[in-house]
Design a protein around this ligand. Structure first.
Ligand code: GRF
Length: 217
């Protein structure tokens, strides 16, 4: 089967981009990173893409008077590169319904919480304040509402005594780096279907329930 042509949209350091690049280095991975778009010229992830020999484009939202022009430029660049799947990875611009609908079910995002809990920013402080025993991360299809849409993959990450937002963020980030390649792999393998706004995964193996207690039972 032909590999999916993936574009990754970033604004910053690009550690999730790196996880996707590393996964796609394996020939058996069913997707290649064909394009990286940053809305900031100083996004650290651009260097990661260049090191990997991936085409990069900087499309700065400040160069446009309105969101429409910014998004039309991204859309044209994606289409010109024959992109099949768009991955938002720390892309700090909210996309309008026009763009989201144009890429419906071909546009995914990673968010550092177990959605629908803790939408928006500062998710790790939100989790600590709520006193949850698990938080985690979510890869989901993008819908016009922020941090909303059918969930593809989640990882649960325990909250441990003495955690700070930074400690928790680092633990969740390690899980993100496993979740995003997994989600892209499942899509590339053609195992994902969205039905009634719920993701169905063919041949999904359930996790070990013993790992689901915090503290250990
Ligand atoms: C990640 O925590 C991701 O979940 C969130 O923004 C952060 C991006 O980090 N959407 P990086 O740029 O991938 O390192």
């Amino acid at each position: 089967m032909a590999r999916l042509r993936v574009a990754v949209l970033i604004s910053g350091r690009g550690s999730n981009l790196q996880a996707l690049i590393d996964a796609s280095d394996d020939d058996s991975f069913p997707a290649e990173i064909a394009l990286v778009i940053a809305n900031q010229g100083d996004a650290g992830g651009l260097m990661r893409a260049k090191d990997a020999g991936i085409r990069t484009e900087i499309i700065n939202h400040r160069s446009f008077n309105a969101k429409q022009g910014f998004e039309a430029s991204i859309d044209a660049t994606l289409r010109g590169a024959r992109i099949d799947l768009v991955c938002l990875a720390g892309f700090m611009r909210i996309l309008t319904p026009w763009f989201v609908e144009r890429w419906r079910d071909r546009l995914i995002n990673i968010h550092p919480s177990l959605l629908p809990a803790f939408k928006g920013l500062d998710t790790h402080n939100q989790a600590l304040e709520a006193g949850v025993r698990f938080t985690g991360c979510t890869v989901h299809y993008v819908r016009p509402e922020m941090d909303d849409g059918p969930i593809i993959v989640q990882a649960a990450v325990p909250v441990i005594a003495g955690d700070t937002a930074d400690l928790l963020a680092a633990r969740v980030l390690a899980a993100e780096h496993r979740c995003y390649p997994l989600a892209v792999r499942l899509i590339g393998e053609g195992r994902i279907r969205v039905r009634n706004e719920v993701v169905e995964i063919a041949d999904a193996v359930p996790p070990d329930e013993d790992a689901m207690f915090n503290p250990i039972a």
